[in-house]
Design a protein around this ligand. Structure first.
Ligand SMILES: Nc1nc2c(ncn2[C@@H]2O[C@H](COP(=O)(O)OP(=O)(O)OP(=O)(O)O)[C@@H](O)[C@H]2O)c(=O)[nH]1
Ligand SMILES: [Mg+2]
Length: 204
């Protein structure tokens, strides 16, 4: 997918505000600070999504309307990070509910890019969230982020562990928003997700 235009469309705080215009949606999910917003900026090749050193930056379901070079339209959705501890329990529950409702009810959601920091093998909240997505039959593309933080041998070991932990058939894609490593492969995999019409999964 070569992106020719991107515009912020809306920030949704409830399922009622999620677009129902038939345009396919790809959502980016993962723990807070995993690098979702940074990855979107890297894919968009412009700094349109807010990122932060402080986890918990993204609170709304942020919809970006994207056009590719063939003039097809899609939404890329920047979701709040799951399991962020430093907000009130009420706020954390509300964000978890927003995500759950979206995953279970959004008609045009074609797939979820699930991001994990390559240095972490996965936390309880990742396993719980991934089970929920699998139960909702939404295809998942597993992506290990911040690949620039490890050397080659550490990367190989981390990919193997990641594959085992999440019972994947293939190792995850590894990407870095900083060095742009893995972005061409990610674009290709997103294309594949968009072309899946029945339920199924990419590397899940
Ligand atoms: N070295 C390195 N740092 C990264 C990379 N991607 C993101 N970061 C850093 O990680 C921090 C969090 O990035 P965000 O993109 O805001 O993470 P997020 O998943 O959107 O976080 P929430 O909005 O809290 O859920 C920021 O300090 C980024 O600069 C990467 O590929 N390499
Ligand atoms: Mg974010």
């Amino acid at each position: 997918m070569q992106i020719s235009a991107v515009n912020f469309a809306l920030g949704a705080t409830s399922i009622k505000q999620v677009p129902k215009d038939g345009i396919p949606q790809i959502a980016f999910l993962g723990r807070s600070n995993a690098g979702k917003s940074s990855l979107l900026n890297a894919l968009f090749e412009k700094q349109i999504v807010k990122t932060s050193n402080a986890p918990g930056k993204t609170r709304e379901l942020n919809f970006f309307l994207v056009q590719n070079s063939q003039n097809d339209s899609f939404y890329f959705v920047d979701l709040p990070g799951v399991g962020y501890a430093k907000v009130s329990i009420a706020m954390r529950d509300e964000m978890a509910n927003r995500i759950k409702n979206y995953v279970e009810k959004a008609h045009d959601l074609k797939g979820i890019v699930y991001l994990l920091d390559i240095r972490h093998g996965g936390h309880q909240i990742d396993f719980e969230t991934i089970n929920g997505i699998r139960n909702a039959n939404i295809p998942i593309l597993f992506v290990a982020s911040k690949a620039d933080k490890l050397n080659q041998s550490e990367l190989a070991a981390a990919k193997k562990k990641f594959k085992e932990n999440f019972c994947l058939t293939e190792p995850p894609l590894t990407v870095s928003s900083k060095t742009k490593k893995g972005l061409p492969e990610l674009r290709r995999e997103i294309n594949t997700l968009l072309s899946i019409t029945s339920t199924g999964a990419s590397n899940a």
